[in-house]
Design a protein around this ligand. Structure first.
Ligand code: CTP
Ligand code: MG
Length: 212
């Protein structure tokens, strides 16, 4: 089957405070280049860029992103031709091949799957800066990308969300809102999302020892 990988890369990187993260460099390469390299094997790669950003690379298609992550994925999805679609945040530069293989196997069997990671710390509700209720962390997971779906399923989910004007932070929620289950697959902590300034230090360190 043909596999398309969609890269939402159109965010403004507000929490990091250094402009659009796609073009930030780590270990001498931009986050966008790192993410693309992790999926060189794919049949098709489509990047949703910040409006006005220039980026060309042989074999990589580009579209203009939307005002939200969901909008950016939608713009890429509408031109995707694969039977299966993976969606991967460009803000996650380190792509662990074994985790992607696990994901693909689940997508082939179940139609929809996402990588997840365990919650390392105690999870507590913030009650106006006082310690509230703790959640049993073993029952929760941190959601990573890539997430994978049959293209038709993800497309229907995006159309439904658009019709209902609902906005989600990932694609799994879209598919679940259609009533279709999404399998959880063990991800990898190295696939963390570069979100805050200190994450860049971690990424620099990892880039030095990365072997792909
Ligand atoms: N993204 C996108 N289009 C948007 C917003 C986000 O393609 N309108 C992408 C980002 O480029 C990123 C991924 O979605 O690869 C995850 O988003 P996030 O980590 O939140 O990145 P930003 O939105 O750029 O960061 P912030 O929320 O701190 O502004
Ligand atoms: Mg964001």
């Amino acid at each position: 089957v043909k596999i398309s990988v969609l890269f939402p890369a159109a965010g403004s990187g507000e929490r990091l405070g250094r402009g659009p993260k796609a073009f930030l460099e780590v270990g001498g390469k931009t986050l966008l280049e790192w993410a693309l390299e992790g999926f060189e094997w794919a049949d098709e790669r489509i990047v949703a860029l910040p409006p006005g950003a220039g980026f060309t690379r042989p074999g990589v298609r580009t579209v203009v992103g939307g005002p939200t992550r969901q909008g950016s994925v939608f713009n890429a999805l509408r031109v995707a031709s694969g039977t299966l679609v993976l969606v991967h945040d460009v803000a996650r530069p380190f792509v662990v091949r074994a985790a992607v293989e696990r994901l693909l196997q689940a997508v082939r069997g179940r139609g929809a799957a996402t990588l997840v990671a365990p919650v390392p710390d105690t999870l507590v509700e913030n009650l106006h800066h006082e310690y509230g209720e703790t959640l049993p962390r073993e029952r929760y997971r941190l959601v990573q990308t890539p997430q994978g779906f049959e293209r038709e399923l993800l497309w229907r989910a995006h159309l439904a969300a658009q019709a209902a004007s609902t906005e989600f932070t990932d694609d799994a929620q879209l598919v679940i809102s259609l009533g279709h289950p999404v399998a959880l697959v063990e991800g990898d902590r190295r696939m963390f999302k570069v979100t805050y300034p200190e994450d860049l230090l971690l990424a620099e360190g990892l880039a030095q020892v990365w072997e792909g």
